[in-house]
Design a protein. Structure first.
Lengths: 86, 587
């Protein structure tokens, strides 16, 4: 599953997806494998933005327990959620 | 690869609750402190601890530290060191109030005092009625503690090296620790951090098992560093398993599911717990349920295409009950498995959760090891705290709410001892360039090009072997086979190559370095488990079902050189009160 450095941004993101909870690791690693490549440039920026959320808040958003105030965050969260059961 | 050199008074490796509590104490004492963390500090695994932190505040029910001490000694199955346990339980209320002052938003009672919930294993008056001892910040206590401690560290001007991976300790000829080699994950550059004192707070190693509840970062990095430095690990056979993790994923499915009436079935649709525990059935103790699941799978009665799990049935409970009582579990199943437990049973298997063993320390956080006739000689300059350490307050089995307490109590205690050490040893020891060179050689090993096995391939084999031979079902035959199999995997390590030699965010190299640590820790765990011929706490041997205090009330010590075992006595004498002598553990 190692990502080579053909895409340095992806290599960096892969490390940003290492989190303090197994649930978040699963959400984010699966999305990197199955969903990230299909994003447009704006959506890739949204993904970087959602990675900056603290772990607990991010988990609650991804599990659909709370909604973010910004719509674009909820949209990227939905894309991440769709890849979680793959 | 050039080597950058930096000097600090104190080096903290790991930025979970233990590391951050220690660094805060040191920074406030005006020490020059470096904290090295392989992920951003608030993404450490402490964030996942939801339950709470134990302290005998008596806000809800009568309580005192001595009852907390009794419960912890009993919970440890009498393998815990009673001096350290007394210290921890006595200081707990003070440190919880301190956390409150640091900004942890504890949940409140109507009278404004800190809310405390009841957890298993807590009692009033030495084993009588249930106590309520766990202070909670809703269901995010670890998260709240970690963020508060991080903010306090920023205020105290602690120096953080975020996304740096520590590879090896640097020692001099006399065995004193002089710092560590760390690598920037962002740039790939190596750096020597020279420090007068070094604290390991690198957390657990749940990733040695295929099914585990830990974050991917829990690869036992500090444990591997210690073994390579010739220092033993203590009581590593004691791994706490939870019977119902989601199969193949590891995430915990709470016991509440079975409490609500859920039950387990095998591949034949049989409710198999009726055979193993005719009375308690699916509500038998964690170890009994875990071993029963293992046996069903082992004897070919598992479910799924590989027959490697059993099913937890909730569908008979009805949609209303599941949505009302178990909404979080339903949400996790829908999200990660794409199944709705209202209609479909959940695939489950025992999941590794917490390592009771670790780097041997005394109650002051000093790393100790046998030297000649002294069983606990401090390693000069080296300290450890948190899940990577074995103080030992958890002994054979950890009680809920005691892990968050352990990290703040012994993070702080270690820092206090580091401050004392620096007062008494005002001058920096000369650097040992031979040790630096050795560590750099090990790092350069991953620059070698060649064809061979992959990191992921070997890791998968390792985790599967640990699950098969050193999981919840332990016999001499299985464990001996495990020692052999893990030994073979260790022998394959030199034939592993990576194919990414870039510098920036070369995660392939970091994962290779983590793999080396996982292999070391796995070997240590299986050798220690094969040696202990009794059942105590979480170490449950089918062929030696009883606790044998006469022969085995002692701590294991594993040295990687020659896979050698040694033992040392349990510290049964508390600091000020009478000892709690071993008794049968009945709840």
């Amino acid at each position: 599953m190692a990502v080579t450095n053909s895409d340095p941004t992806l290599a960096s993101l892969r490390w940003q997806c290492r989190r303090g909870m197994l649930e978040l690791d699963l959400f984010l690693q699966r999305f990197l494998l199955h969903g990230y490549a299909d994003l447009n440039q704006q959506q890739k920026r949204d993904f970087i933005e959602i990675l900056a959320f603290p772990d607990q808040e991010l988990l609650e958003i991804l599990l659909g327990q709370v909604s973010a105030t910004e719509q674009h965050i909820n949209e990227i969260a939905e894309k991440i959620r769709q890849c979680a059961a793959l | 690869m050039s080597l950058i050199r930096r000097r600090f008074d104190a080096l903290i490796i790991g930025a979970g609750g233990g590391g951050l509590r220690a660094s805060l104490q040191l920074s406030r004492a005006e020490a020059n402190v470096a904290v090295v963390s392989k992920v951003f500090p608030t993404r450490s695994h402490t964030v996942a601890a939801q339950g709470g932190v134990n302290a005998a505040l008596a806000n809800v029910l009568p309580d005192n530290w001595h009852w907390h001490m009794f419960d912890t000694v009993k919970g440890s199955d009498y393998l815990g060191d009673q001096d350290a346990i007394e210290y921890m339980c006595r200081v707990a209320p003070k440190l919880v109030y301190e956390l409150e002052h640091y900004g942890v938003p504890f949940s409140r009672l109507d009278n404004g005092k800190i809310y405390q919930r009841a957890f298993g294993g807590q009692s009033q008056n030495f084993g009588e009625k249930q106590a309520a001892r766990t202070c909670a910040a809703a269901d995010r206590t670890g998260h709240a503690m970690l963020h508060a401690l991080y903010q306090q560290n920023i205020r105290a001007k602690t120096h953080f090296f975020d996304e740096y991976f520590a590879t090896d300790l640097i020692k001099n000829e006399e065995g004193a620790v002089l710092g560590a080699i760390v690598v920037s994950i962002q740039t790939g550059e190596a750096m020597l951090i020279e420090a007068r004192t070094t604290l390991l707070a690198t957390g657990g190693a749940g990733q040695i098992y295929r099914t585990n509840s830990n974050a991917l970062i829990n690869t036992g990095d500090g444990l591997g560093m210690v073994l390579r430095a010739g220092i033993p690990l203590q009581d590593m056979e004691f791994i706490q398993f939870h019977p119902t993790g989601i199969a193949g994923i590891g995430m915990l499915i709470t016991e509440g599911c079975r409490g609500e009436g859920g039950y387990l079935v095998n591949g034949d649709g049989e409710r198999f717990m009726e055979r193993y525990a005719p009375n308690a059935k699916d509500l038998a103790s964690r170890d009994v349920v875990s071993r029963s699941i293992y046996l069903e799978v082992k004897e070919g009665r598992g479910c799924g295409p590989n027959k490697d799990y059993v099913l937890l049935k909730l569908d008979h409970l009805g949609a209303d009950t599941i949505m009302k009582r178990l909404p979080g579990i339903r949400q996790s199943c829908l999200t990660f498995l794409g199944i709705d437990p209202i209609e479909t049973p959940i695939p489950v298997y025992p999941t590794a959760h917490y390592c009771m063993g670790g780097i041997p320390t005394n109650r002051k956080g000093e790393v100790v090891m046998p030297v000649k006739d002294t069983p606990e000689e401090p390693v000069p300059g080296l300290y450890a705290a948190g899940e990577c350490a074995c103080v030992s307050v958890h002994g054979g089995n950890r009680l809920g709410g005691n892990s968050l307490l352990d990290i703040i109590v012994f993070g702080r205690a270690a820092a206090n001892e580091m401050i004392e050490h620096m007062k008494e040893n005002r001058y920096r020891l000369p650097m040992n360039e031979a040790s630096v060179e050795k560590a750099m050689d090990r790092l350069h090993r991953w620059d070698r090009k060649g064809e061979g096995e992959t990191v992921d391939g070997l890791k998968e084999d390792l985790k599967k072997a640990m699950e098969d031979y050193c999981g919840v079902y332990r016999t001499q035959e299985l464990l001996d086979k495990g020692v052999e199999e893990i030994g073979k995997i260790r022998d394959r390590l030199p034939n592993v190559y990576i194919n990414d030699f870039s510098r920036t965010f070369n995660t392939a190299r970091i994962e290779a370095l983590e793999l080396e640590n996982l292999v070391e820790v796995a070997m240590c765990t299986v050798v220690s488990a094969a040696a202990r011929q009794e059942s105590r706490g979480a170490h449950s041997r089918v062929d030696f079902p009883k606790r044998e205090d006469q022969q085995w009330m002692k701590h294991s010590l594993y040295f990687s050189e020659g896979d050698r075992m040694d033992y040392k006595p349990v510290r049964t004498k508390p600091l000020t009160v009478d000892s709690f002598p071993p008794k049968e553990r009945v709840y």
